[in-house]
Design a protein around this ligand. Structure first.
Ligand SMILES: O=C(O)CCC(=O)C(=O)O
Ligand SMILES: [Fe+2]
Length: 201
């Protein structure tokens, strides 16, 4: 029921396994899944287009323009449900967010590759609040160059909230690997603060 630190060198991670009760998380998963303007975007890598192995959507204040995986995002306006969630997450984390990226992992074949959320728009010490709804998936962290530490796994159950802040993105990458376990959908929301236009790449 509260955010507790996960000790990890070079990172500032806080975790609440029970941020939302299970029934509330299930209801939210169903309504957000239905209401969200999902897209399957492609990323361009080595001159080739690859569809992302998940569905995504970006909501936020109009100035929260963002470049992510070489894709430019115009935020859609906040829906009442996302606005209410943002307020809840802000109160719990003592941080402010002007946008949210929604990722829908339809089953175990959907995934997110290794990356750090270190785009310049997020500033030098990004604060990212990650809310998980639906199927439990394993979140992985591995150190970036300069830090020696074994990779770390963290199971993210439905209703859990993970806060990444401080130097986390500088020193660590994270990923959501595929799994062969049969499982249902998982919806993840990452609340972010994106600097206004002009800061984009
Ligand atoms: O789905 C997750 O837990 C991770 C999402 C993520 O890393 C991102 O959106 O940048
Ligand atoms: Fe990320």
């Amino acid at each position: 029921m509260s955010l507790l630190p996960i000790p990890l060198p070079g990172a500032e991670l806080l975790f609440d396994a029970d941020f939302l009760p299970e029934a509330a998380a299930a209801a939210l998963l169903a309504s957000l899944n239905a209401e969200t303007a999902w897209e399957q975007r492609s990323i361009r890598l080595f001159g080739q287009e690859f569809p992302q192995p998940r569905l995504t959507a970006w909501y936020g204040d109009a100035e929260a323009r963002y470049t992510y995986s070489n894709l430019a995002w115009e935020p859609r306006p906040w829906t009442p449900a996302l606005q209410a969630l943002r307020q809840r997450v802000e109160a719990a984390t003592n941080a402010r967010f002007n946008s949210v990226l929604l990722n829908l992992y339809r089953d175990g074949r959907d995934s997110m590759g290794w990356h750090a959320d270190d785009e310049p728009e997020l500033g030098p010490t990004p604060v990212i609040a990650s809310l998980s709804l639906g199927a439990l998936r394993r979140f992985r962290l591995r150190p970036r160059a300069g830090l020696v530490h074994p990779p770390v796994s963290l199971d993210l159950p439905t209703g859990s909230l993970l806060l990444m802040r401080g130097p986390t993105q500088q020193h660590w990458q994270h990923a959501l690997p595929k799994t062969t376990r049969p499982l249902g959908p998982r919806l993840n929301l990452t609340f972010r603060w994106v600097a206004g236009s002009g800061a984009g790449k």
